[in-house]
Design a protein around this ligand. Structure first.
Ligand code: GLV
Ligand code: MN
Ligand code: MN
Ligand code: MN
Length: 404
């Protein structure tokens, strides 16, 4: 697999959903861009004589070989993006899966003894409906389909409505135990979301664990009023409570050696000359240990509630998603690290479908070096040469697992 071979397939996907100017991506699930990436995937899979299916949760599967023995080796990732995100988070794993199959065939491998599939999971980022790993959570039964159907995007469109508008049905959302039972091993290749591999001067690594993390939605309610006629002392301004929330989250995270981010906010009515009536803010919190995450969120909630009492506002909060710690299968991790020439083994604070699947099947992840270390932003990057090295590593892994 040469860098040019990687580049040729990569460049065919690259323009879809890319914004002119920043080079960032907006590929929300079930949007026009998402449908175009799905179409791209189906065409590429059919070109390779793979059997393509869409499951009831909108996840795509491209199969090489078929069996119901429950021993399939599945790879893949996602094609959706965060708002204005990078191009590699997700798509690199999907493109690499297709190219790894090409490479296995070029190396003379016939139909695998354990079937191989490339999967594309729906809405891994939660960029549209708020719940990350939507497709894999539904597949594994970790998310109630009735609740999922009611999730709403920024414009108030429900998941059920978005699926219908995209020509898909939400009738079959939910746990799919027979499909899950077909998976014997899952391996996700992903761009690294940090600089560890760059610092180690290695192109490919293996994941050890995913930190526990979650998303909490805060609704801060005050009293909308005129910016020019309301005395400062008479205000009930939820923007003040919001500002305090951001500072408290930052401070508590620093104290706890954790990570806390408020990266999304919606202000109503959102006028320069009106005191806000309400603010909705989303807190993302992560740490190596669940007890640290819990203590951090408790502290933020307590401090924000105290502040709200001073501001004359009210606070409600709810957990939108919780992702427990994931320790990837140790035997598989060590086997793959050895196979890949003592590849570095790294933990990550980023969530992945692999983390959801790991509770059900032996699962591993490969990371490809990202020299900028940036992710969820347009500067996320990997060189064609490193991506080609990632494809070779994935092909080695699939060969090891699927031709026992
Ligand atoms: C998804 O990429 C996440 O870690 O939030
Ligand atoms: Mn991501
Ligand atoms: Mn991802
Ligand atoms: Mn992710």
């Amino acid at each position: 697999m040469t860098p040019d071979r990687f580049s040729a397939l990569w460049r065919s996907l690259e323009p879809i959903g890319r914004e002119p100017g920043t080079g960032g991506y907006v590929r929300y699930s079930w949007s026009r861009a998402d449908l175009a990436t799905r179409e791209w995937f189906v065409e590429e899979a059919l070109d390779r004589d793979l059997d393509v299916e869409t499951d009831g949760n909108g996840n795509l599967w491209a199969w090489w070989g078929s069996s119901d023995a429950g021993d399939a080796v599945v790879t893949g990732s996602h094609l959706d993006s965060v708002p204005h995100g990078g191009g590699y988070d997700g798509p690199l794993g999907v493109v690499s899966g297709l190219l790894a199959i090409d490479l296995l065939r070029e190396r003379g491998h016939g139909e695998p003894l354990r079937p191989i599939a490339v999967a594309v999971f729906t809405e891994e980022e939660g960029g549209r409906f708020g719940v990350p790993c939507l497709g894999s959570r539904l597949l594994t039964g970790a998310l109630d389909p009735a609740k999922a159907r009611r999730l709403r995007d920024r414009d108030g469109v429900s998941l059920a409505e978005a699926m219908e508008a995209a020509g898909a049905s939400s009738d079959n959302l939910g746990a799919d135990p027979s499909r899950l039972a077909r998976i014997g091993t899952f391996v996700e290749l992903h761009v690294e979301q940090g600089r560890a591999l760059a610092d180690l001067d290695r192109p490919v690594g293996v994941a050890s664990a995913i930190w526990p993390h979650g998303r909490w939605r805060f609704t801060l309610t005050g009293e909308g009023n005129h910016a020019g006629t309301t005395a400062m002392a008479d205000r009930h301004d939820p923007m003040l409570t919001f500002a305090y929330l951001v500072l408290a989250a930052n401070k508590e995270a620093r104290l706890a050696d954790a990570l806390a981010t408020v990266g999304r906010v919606a202000v109503k009515p959102g006028a320069t000359n009106a005191i806000a009536a309400s603010v909705t803010a989303w807190l993302d919190a992560r740490a190596p240990d669940q007890s640290i995450v819990d203590a951090l969120v408790d502290a933020v909630v307590r401090r924000v509630a105290e502040r709200a009492a001073r501001d004359g506002t009210s606070v409600e909060w709810t957990a939108e998603s919780l992702s427990p710690v994931v320790d990837f299968d140790g035997g598989l991790r060590d086997r793959l690290a050895a196979l890949l020439g003592d590849a570095p083994v790294l933990p990550t604070g980023a969530g992945h479908d692999a983390g959801v699947l790991a509770a059900h099947v032996p699962t591993a992840m490969l990371f490809v070096r990202n020299p900028t270390g940036v992710s969820h932003a347009p500067a996320e990057w990997a060189s064609d040469a490193d991506c080609a090295a990632g494809v070779r590593a994935l092909a080695d892994v699939l060969a090891e697992l699927a031709y026992p």
